[in-house]
Design a protein around this ligand. Sequence first.
Ligand SMILES: NC(=O)c1ccc[n+]([C@@H]2O[C@H](COP(=O)([O-])OP(=O)(O)OC[C@H]3O[C@@H](n4cnc5c(N)ncnc54)[C@H](OP(=O)(O)O)[C@@H]3O)[C@@H](O)[C@H]2O)c1
Length: 308
Amino acid sequence: MVDGMKTVLVTGAGAGIGYFVAEQLAAAGATVVLGCRDTAKADLAARAIRARVPAARLRWVRLDLADLSSLPATVADLGADSLDAVVLNAGVLLSGPDRRMSPQGHELTFATNHLGHFALVAHLAPILTATPNSRVITVGSFAARSARLDLADLQSEDDYQPKRTYERSKLAQMLFAFELDRRLRALGATSASIVAHPGGALDSLTPSRPPLFVHTTAQRLRGLPAGVALHGKHAAAETIVRTVLDTDIAGGELWGPRVFGLRGRPHRETPPAHLTDPDSAAGLWAASSALTGLDPLRHPSTPVPLLA
Ligand SMILES: NC(=O)c1ccc[n+]([C@@H]2O[C@H](COP(=O)([O-])OP(=O)(O)OC[C@H]3O[C@@H](n4cnc5c(N)ncnc54)[C@H](OP(=O)(O)O)[C@@H]3O)[C@@H](O)[C@H]2O)c1
């Protein structure tokens, strides 16, 4: 069990892995804030958690990572002057051939997965750094291992391929997370930035959580063969929850599932060099600041000029 006063914000807590992260944290005694863009889903998620954890301490805030202008209101709604951890879990993998844009005119996958979380951390930074030993947990992906970032084309204007854009967005999130930890250390902050990846997690290997979602027996039977290599979202969440709660895990660490990085119990991994490259990370940080007008570790009274 955790200290009952521990409060954790989980982005994308109304579905998939984020739901199970919220459920498992609530079961461990944390106060969980469900960050959801759909308020009906937040309500269903809270009911599903309470069905299993009657004493769960839950709140929710409306969170749309794709719309940068909405984030200050989300953080104001938190109404908190301290936050023990934020789990940057929400993510999109778009499938259509057309490049889609966020309200601010950024490519939607990069905008949601990376820029939205970059900006959220910037808005949360005063609260996080005021909370001793707080944690930023970034949910990365195995897919980032083979991805390479193109700093000259962060928004996939050239030859848009949805899967590659997704993989690069996850790489961007992980590069940012490792750089965030280096900068927190340089500032002497007690806050830590840690990366966890869930391996390969399928809905068909995931138990139902009514009234939020129900996976039929037929769906689960079809998924069984994949269980040799992959796991369900409930199991995938365990690695992420471990990085929130285990006080022996330090900033800058990477955790994933033990079996080939795809399934199984949480396990510490050595990050590949391109995920921790300080030059790429500095370039990404500067570009992300220019696109969002924010710098996560700069005082808000000195805003960054927006990229024209
Ligand atoms: N599943 C895997 O095998 C796997 C592997 C590697 C990494 N990951 C990472 O793990 C995380 C969770 O994946 P998952 O499989 O659980 O995905 P999922 O079931 O599709 O859930 C994604 C979550 O993100 C939320 N979301 C999407 N766009 C958002 C926005 N603009 N603002 C706020 N929330 C938004 C969704 O909300 P709605 O319900 O409103 O759409 C949903 O709660 C993602 O970051 C993903 O990249 C997953």
